[in-house]
Design a protein around this ligand. Structure first.
Ligand SMILES: Nc1ncnc2c1ncn2[C@@H]1O[C@H](COP(=O)(O)OP(=O)(O)O)[C@@H](O)[C@H]1O
Ligand SMILES: [Mg+2]
Length: 380
């Protein structure tokens, strides 16, 4: 099947495989680099493994590729177990952070390489390589050597080389790590479009939460060799289950308190200084229970004291807390305030700033408005 036929194929099952990872572990001595991970990646979707350095992302990716063996568990692609299959027979392709292009080969030769290894006749390999290079918009540069390309172009060449064999799974390890910010932003969008048009099941590793939000259908947040939360980017952002995930994804405030009242819609959470917040009621909450909350800095509204009308008049259930601006920094289109509420409690609040609008000076009394919907109740 040529790349063109592959792209014309309507079924995601034939274009990318469903990837099933079941209870996979890898130990180095007594240390569990990957510790009993199970994940299901639907055919044609993009999963990001997100987590801090050393949490086991690359090890898991290399296990899917076949460069690292598993101590326990199984990995299946399109229903077929692959752990016993050598890497070059797995229908997977991996792009490394360093791209690993062959320096002595042109971009076209680099792209044809995988086909040559599979003994595809040269004429056909050339046609297919040109199609892959067309996908990543490199048809003008096929005779250049890698050293004659920019970082972004090398990245695209590496993608073409990976996609030319139409793998069922594409694996990317920190693919944008070597690029500067603007180029990284651009390549994230390009990857997303390319991945969706090709329909290849993709697993991407990153420690950049913003990148994970942009490119993913699903995110697995990892810590200490385990998956601590799996979901869509919106699930992960809107409903982090633990402090770790709330802090790792977006900037948030940590608050704990005790449930004072519950009705069908909202519950009241009493903080240790007696301040009260409204939180969404749920069957998991009980009167008197201590709960942990995370509140996004950009979900809190702020008005200078005495101008409460400046707060949007909504029908949302919300709490209003009185505070004093303690510190502020300008982020261009946003201002980040640290607001002291009562003795020693600080809320970080991020507010959009209109052009020409001045920052609120330190020491100014303000009201914070926190909607019940913005209080994310953590599991533990
Ligand atoms: N070959 C190895 N030998 C010993 N320890 C390893 C080896 N490979 C990885 N590790 C350890 O396993 C942990 C996870 O590594 P890795 O998967 O590379 O993390 P990440 O990609 O999330 O930064 C790290 O603590 C790392 O030092
Ligand atoms: Mg890594």
């Amino acid at each position: 099947m040529t790349l063109q036929q592959h792209l014309a194929s309507p079924s995601p099952e034939t274009r990318g495989g469903r990837l099933t990872i079941d209870n996979v572990s890898k130990r180095y001595g007594a240390f569990a680099a990957v510790d009993g991970i199970s994940l299901e990646v639907p055919a044609g979707s993009l999963l990001t493994l997100l987590g801090p350095s050393g949490c086991g992302k690359s090890t898991l990716l290399r296990m899917i590729a076949g460069f690292v063996g598993a101590d326990t568990g199984t990995i299946a692609l399109g229903g077929k177990h692959i752990l016993d299959v050598p890497p070059n027979k797995r229908d997977v392709a991996m792009v490394f952070q360093s791209y690993a292009l062959f320096p002595h080969m042109t971009i076209l030769e680099n792209t044809m390489f995988g086909l040559k290894m599979r003994r595809v006749p040269k004429r056909q390999a050339r046609v297919e390589a040109m199609q892959a290079l067309d996908l990543v918009k490199l048809t003008d540069l096929t005779e250049r050597y890698p050293s004659q390309l920019s970082g972004g172009q090398q990245q695209r060449a590496a993608l073409a080389r990976a996609l030319v064999t139409h793998p069922k799974v594409l694996l990317l390890d920190e693919p944008f790590g070597a690029l500067d910010k603007d180029l990284r932003d651009q390549m994230q969008l390009e990857l997303r479009k390319l991945q969706q048009s090709v329909g290849v099941t993709t697993v991407c590793v990153t420690h950049d939460q913003r990148e994970a939000m942009i490119i993913s259908d699903y995110i697995a947040v990892m810590r200490h060799g385990k998956v601590v939360q799996f979901g869509t980017p919106l699930d992960i952002y809107d409903a982090p289950r633990s402090r770790f995930v709330a802090d790792f994804v977006g900037s948030s405030n940590s608050v704990s308190g005790r449930i004072g009242k519950i009705d069908s819609q909202v519950a009241e959470c009493i903080l240790d200084n007696g301040d009260r917040l409204q939180v969404p009621a749920s069957k998991h909450l009980a009167l008197g229970q201590t709960i942990e909350l995370a509140i996004r800095a950009n979900a809190i509204r702020l008005a200078v004291d005495g101008q409460r009308t400046a707060l949007p008049q909504t029908s949302e259930t919300h709490a209003t807390l009185a505070g004093i601006v303690a510190f502020s920094i300008n982020l261009g289109d946003m201002v980040r305030y640290e607001v002291r509420v009562g003795e020693g409690r600080y809320f970080v609040v991020e507010i959009e700033r209109q052009p020409g609008q001045l920052m609120i000076p330190n020491g100014t009394p303000v009201d914070l408005s926190i909607a019940a919907q913005s209080c994310m109740v953590l599991d533990a």
